[in-house]
Design a protein around this ligand. Structure first.
Ligand SMILES: [Zn+2]
Length: 364
């Protein structure tokens, strides 16, 4: 039974506890409201995934170092979500749903966490938050980036405070940022791998800026202030292909710095791998409708896997297990958001980006 606990203060000693010890003070998901000078709160969600502790580390350092003996510049409402999974340093426990699929608008609204998150959404909505921030980590060598669910100036501005590279996603459904995007600017922060100090530093800087921001202007941004991308294809290695990294005689020998290409816009002609044997087309790229688009993005006729057009990969990994079980990477394309900002005469989102069954999803 998941029950919401709501507090108007920090329990004694809470800021001394790492994520894995929060369960000693908090009996499940807990909403904490701290009053500041500006009463319109910033809403921050941490630990939806129990092993992704950057958000909690940022909140506790922010509160310890800056605000323990001073009043907050703005009220802060913090949801500390999956303390049970955090105890075990796991994304979720086997008997739990993924919390970040259980928010209003998803397929788990009738679940225990779904009902709880509906209550939290209603509660925070009634407080007219200035913005909603959900903090996560991911795996592999990916830069920090912010993700949004709606192309609106205030969403783009909020995300751009964290990173100039912003990812638009419309699935999976039931995410926190998607639910809150219905009534306030919201973003998901991907802060690199858990435990990295610069991820915490970056998050603290972002939160401090949000605490001091009086409003997120709805005036349009200049095109060079934000680089907006969306996912266009998922790339897999064929099951029957033997792969390796570096100068090895496997059928496909990927470059050993493959993951350093993540989030770089690559021109045509960049090599991912040498082809030493095996099938002539060792990869399979599929678009959002499941169509094979391999030859649209790659060429294989020069003894290498090469990009055929400008593209930005993400989630490239050197982990063979992930490559075979999940995928090699996602391909992202730039969106000229000026053409898609809501409230203009233009179609707000291309048809392809509105679909709910896209195979490629960010790991939010
Ligand atoms: Zn996460």
């Amino acid at each position: 039974m998941v029950k919401l606990t709501e507090l108007d203060h920090l329990p004694d000693g809470l800021l001394e506890r790492p994520a894995s010890a929060l369960h000693r003070s908090l009996n499940g998901p807990t909403l904490i409201h701290l009053e500041g000078r500006n009463k319109q709160p910033l809403f921050v969600t941490v630990l939806q995934h129990g092993n992704e502790d950057t958000g909690w580390e940022a909140i506790r350092r922010l509160l310890k170092s800056h605000y323990e003996f001073d009043q907050l510049p703005r009220s802060l409402s913090i949801l500390i979500a999956n303390t049970r999974a955090a105890k075990h340093r796991l994304r979720r426990l086997d008997d739990q749903l993924d919390y970040n699929r259980c928010w209003p608008g998803g397929q788990h609204e009738d679940s225990e966490p779904g009902k709880l998150f509906q209550q939290i959404t209603d509660r925070i909505r009634s407080m007219s938050p200035v913005a909603s921030i959900d903090i996560h980590n991911n795996t592999g060598l990916n830069p920090h980036y912010a993700a949004i669910n709606r192309v609106r100036p205030e969403f783009l501005r909020l995300a751009s405070i964290f990173s100039s590279k912003v990812v638009l996603f419309t699935t999976p459904l039931g995410t926190q940022s998607m639910a809150f995007s219905k009534f306030c600017p919201s973003t998901t922060l991907e802060c690199g791998q858990a435990g990295e100090i610069h991820g915490t530093d970056h998050s603290i800087g972002f939160l401090e800026t949000c605490m001091h921001t009086n409003d997120l202007a709805t005036t349009p941004l200049d095109a060079d202030e934000v680089h907006l991308f969306h996912m266009v294809a998922t790339v897999r290695v064929r099951d029957d292909v033997l792969i390796g990294f570096g100068n090895v005689p496997t059928e496909v020998a990927f470059r050993k710095d493959l993951d350093s290409l993540n989030f770089h816009e690559l021109p045509a002609g960049i090599s991912f791998a040498d082809i030493n044997g095996g099938p002539p087309v060792p990869l399979c790229a599929t678009d959002i409708d499941g169509n094979d688009v391999t030859n649209h993005y790659f060429r294989f006729d020069r003894g290498r896997i090469e990009t055929r057009r400008e593209i930005m990969p993400s989630m490239l990994t050197l982990d063979r297990r992930i490559i075979h079980q999940d995928c090699l990477c996602y391909l992202m394309e730039r969106i000229h958001f000026e053409d898609h900002v809501e409230g203009t005469d233009h179609d707000p989102l291309p048809e392809a980006m509105r679909r709910s069954d896209r195979p490629g999803e960010p790991s939010v």
